[in-house]
Design a protein around this ligand. Structure first.
Ligand SMILES: [Zn+2]
Length: 169
């Protein structure tokens, strides 16, 4: 397999990139200065080598604790749980550390902000059941968001309203 085929194959594995687009991108990279492609390659290597889950909250970070966890202005008694719907394994993994945090850090409330989809509702219910034995308030964000709509695509005002109108589970 040639390096051109090789890169085309790798690019076509990216979400939303078909074989034709991958080919176009490969030829685009061939036409641009070598230094630019080198920077792209270095950024990819740095991404895979330096980005890791935060040891406390599983947010992505380049340091053991992420910027959110080290921010002294944040309310340490409040945890907001978000999902990565496509990654059940990481949710299962994060549940254990969430339970440990709630017990160890005196968390007063856990807000479940999983997506308002079937999968998100199921995840919220699962997390709520796991937390049921602990003396912590568990709330669910309001349905200000369209059902099936992703948090990722909601604007700040909509998210703020959904959090303000949260209810106990
Ligand atoms: Zn963190």
């Amino acid at each position: 397999m040639s390096v051109i085929d090789d890169l085309t194959t790798e690019l076509s594995r990216l979400p939303g990139i078909g074989r034709k687009t991958a080919q176009r991108l490969t030829y685009h990279l061939l036409r641009q200065p070598a230094a630019q492609s080198r920077r792209l390659a270095e950024a990819l290597v740095a991404l895979t080598e330096r980005v890791q889950p935060c040891t406390r909250c599983h947010n992505l970070t380049e340091t053991p604790l992420c910027a959110l966890c080290t921010d002294p202005r944040r309310d340490g008694t409040l945890v907001c749980v978000v999902e990565e719907a496509s990654d059940i394994a990481s949710i299962d993994l994060a549940i254990g550390s969430l339970l440990a945090r709630v017990a160890a850090e005196g968390i007063g409330e856990v807000i479940l902000a999983t997506n308002p989809s079937l999968e998100g509702e199921a995840t919220a219910l699962y997390v709520q059941r796991q937390l049921a034995a602990q003396p912590v308030r568990v709330t669910r964000i309001a349905r200000g968001l369209p059902v099936g709509g992703d948090l990722e695509y909601a604007d700040g005002v909509t998210i703020a309203q959904a959090i303000a109108a949260r209810r106990d589970m």
